[in-house]
Design a protein around this ligand. Structure first.
Ligand code: HQG
Length: 185
């Protein structure tokens, strides 16, 4: 039997998968803004994973990174960011702090310093205001390296920055000239 913490983590991973990447896997309808009806989600997930309204609420409220949001009427849920499918999150343009950070694996560094940061399958490149978050993100793929992004200069040049509901900074791409290695100061 799984313990409650593992169960919540499994549910969180499942929600990330269907709400960010593959709703069709359970034939779930997302609207243009990425919202799914919670009752439909529960019934369509049934063959794969047992969900209840209260388990979903618990996952949303305990998510370390506030990955999901429940609508004000309590009927719908969506992921705050990280999608690979097309959704309109109504992100608002914002002036970023002077510097932002991106954690990556050391083995990606040559390619990144050559091509810049690219969004890949996701909609945007993900950046954080603090180095600790960047380290945590980077070490998912191996030995982490931290890149400092000269966001002030990018903003002056007209690059559009957005902030998600869970405080992840998002930008389309970061050319190499705005990047420096944080750990080689
Ligand atoms: C790398 C997680 C080679 C990039 C995290 C990253 C975050 C390049 C990987 C969120 C490259 C993409 C996003 C280039 C970028 N050449 N590699 N030119 N440009 N990369 O997972 O930023 O738990 O799609 O450095 O915590 O790592 O899902 O993006 O290593 O917040 O909520 O390509 O996902 O949040 O990987 O992570 P990802 P990410 P969740």
């Amino acid at each position: 039997m799984s313990n409650p913490k593992t169960e919540l983590k499994n549910i969180s991973k499942f929600l990330s998968y269907v709400l960010r990447h593959c709703p069709e896997d359970i034939d779930l309808d997302l609207d243009s803004e990425g919202w799914a009806c919670i009752s439909e989600l529960i019934s369509k997930a049934q063959p794969k994973i047992q969900l209840t309204q209260s388990l979903i609420v618990e996952v949303v409220s305990t998510s370390d990174k506030q990955r999901f949001k429940i609508s004000d009427d309590g009927l719908k849920i969506r992921a705050n960011q990280g999608h690979s499918i097309k959704v309109d999150l109504n992100l608002t343009l914002q002036e970023p702090p002077a510097a932002l950070y991106h954690g990556t694996a050391t083995r990606f560094l040559d390619s990144i310093l050559d091509k810049g940061l690219i969004s890949g399958k996701r909609h945007h490149v993900h950046l954080s205001t603090d180095i600790a978050t960047a380290i945590a993100v980077g070490q998912r793929y191996g030995k982490p390296t931290i890149l400092k992004v000269n966001s002030a200069s990018m903003f002056k040049q007209g690059y559009k920055f957005y902030i998600s509901d869970n405080n992840v900074w998002l930008v389309d791409n970061v050319p190499p000239k705005y990047l420096s290695l944080e750990n080689k100061k």
